[in-house]
Design a protein around this ligand. Structure first.
Ligand code: UDP
Length: 402
């Protein structure tokens, strides 16, 4: 079990001692995190480390998963898309299933904690079904810059009951929401199987086991098969790059249980890249395996993140942490992580030509790619490692319950 002290060699002693100091006023406080999946996606990823480290600091941190039917997750996926700007047919039936699933869950999810932190839209209505005896915080990880107004209005009914809302970037704050809003950027854990150093032998073994040859430079996008990650656009860009230089594309995306659209998107990528898949130059992988993600990131010549919307983009953080050159779209939380031309390249979304051009530049000038990667890694060390989030969470808890 990792403890805060394990992070000393990476982040230094100062932040570790500040965390212990902040926690002093909160010893024994019971804090509950609720989200809707144990794996797949950035939220689960963060909670895996955040919860144990809060416990190590002296907090009684707990983590529960909202259970729901296939219909429920279909609806909340539509909500997720609409929060990021899609149209939605917001029928009474959808609202009813959404709210009722939360009500059902509340009947067997006892809450006697000192603070509750609810992640994303799925468990948002839960608050309505408890007699509130503690602060509740809604942690929204979604890109909120263009929410569908009808849905936003409906969700505001629940959001107003919260004591604070946390968003991932300054520009996600909502002026029309009279609830205290705070900005906390997401983070990665440098010591998990996904991010720690791997021996070369293990990297080769993982790639071999997953039929990923390394005879050509690898271009990789690691992301759920989700339309907002635009994997079809990645294939288009790859086709342009490949006209100029030989390389291979890997699209790696596991299927999260709260994301029912994955296989449809996968199929559209498959038909777009049919002949390249047959020749082995495009590889699609749907395995959920942290060591594979790590091995792939460490073996890639260029890492792409072609999102059209992106709450934050932990895959970008992970790639930068591995010192890799990243070409990513200038959307959502990505520009918080990449300074264009200094720690990676930013491109416009849905612009395969620009994506291809920057990718090619890196492939043709590996030294430049190396410099971009080194700067990116240092930025992540300063701003986006898990210890910073433990610190931010403790600060917030102190304000609310300290
Ligand atoms: N991820 C993974 N396997 C995959 C695809 C994604 O483990 O096949 C992880 C990825 O490494 C990252 C998280 O899921 O830690 C995705 O977080 P991000 O913020 O990039 O996007 P989200 O999925 O939350 O929209």
């Amino acid at each position: 079990m990792l403890t805060l002290n394990d992070y000393r060699p990476i982040v230094g002693d100062k932040i570790i001692s500040e965390i212990y100091r902040l926690a002093r006023d909160l010893y024994g406080a019971k804090v509950l995190h609720i989200n809707s999946t144990y794996y797949g996606g950035g939220v689960a990823e963060m909670l895996y480390t955040l919860v144990p480290l809060l416990n190590d600091a002296g907090i009684n941190a707990d983590w529960r998963i909202l259970r729901g039917s296939e219909d429920f997750f279909m609806i909340t996926k539509k909500f997720h898309n609409a929060l990021q700007g899609d149209h939605i047919n917001l029928s009474e039936m959808k609202k009813d299933i959404y709210v009722r699933t939360n009500e059902d869950f509340s009947t067997y999810c006892e809450v006697d904690h000192d603070a509750v932190i609810v992640h994303d839209p799925q468990p948002l209505p839960l608050i309505r079904f408890y007699k509130k005896r503690q602060p509740w915080i809604w942690r929204c990880h979604v890109d909120l810059s263009h929410p569908n107004q009808e849905l936003w209005h409906f969700l505001t009914d629940f959001i107003l009951r919260y004591d604070a809302v946390i968003v991932s970037a300054e520009y996600y704050r909502k002026d029309d929401l009279p609830v205290e809003q705070k900005v906390v950027a997401p983070v990665i854990d440098p010591l998990t199987a996904k991010n720690k150093m791997l021996p070369h032998t293990l990297i080769h073994k993982m790639l071999k086991k997953n039929d990923i040859p390394t005879d050509k430079p690898l271009i990789t996008q690691i992301s759920r098969f989700d339309k907002w990650k635009d994997p079809v656009g990645v294939v288009e860009a790859f086709k342009l790059v490949r006209r100029k230089t030989d390389c291979r594309l890997v699209l790696c995306g596991s299927m999260a249980p709260d994301d029912p659209e994955g296989w449809d998107i996968y199929d559209s990528v498959k038909s777009k890249a049919k002949t390249l898949i047959e020749s082995g130059d495009v590889i699609l992988n749907t395995t959920e395996h942290n060591v594979l993600v790590n091995a792939l990131q460490r073996s890639s010549a260029v890492i792409i993140q072609n999102s059209t919307r992106e709450g934050f983009g932990l895959t970008v953080t992970e790639a930068l942490w591995k010192g890799k050159p990243v070409v990513a779209t200038n959307v959502g939380g990505i520009p918080l992580q990449i300074v264009d031309g200094e720690s990676g390249f930013l491109v416009e979304p849905e612009n395969s030509e620009q994506l291809a051009q920057r990718t090619l530049e890196i492939l043709q000038h590996p030294e430049m790619g190396k410099h971009l990667g080194e700067r990116g890694r240092e930025d992540v060390r300063q701003k986006f490692l898990i210890t910073r989030m433990v610190y931010d969470d403790l600060k917030l808890l102190r304000e609310l319950i300290g």
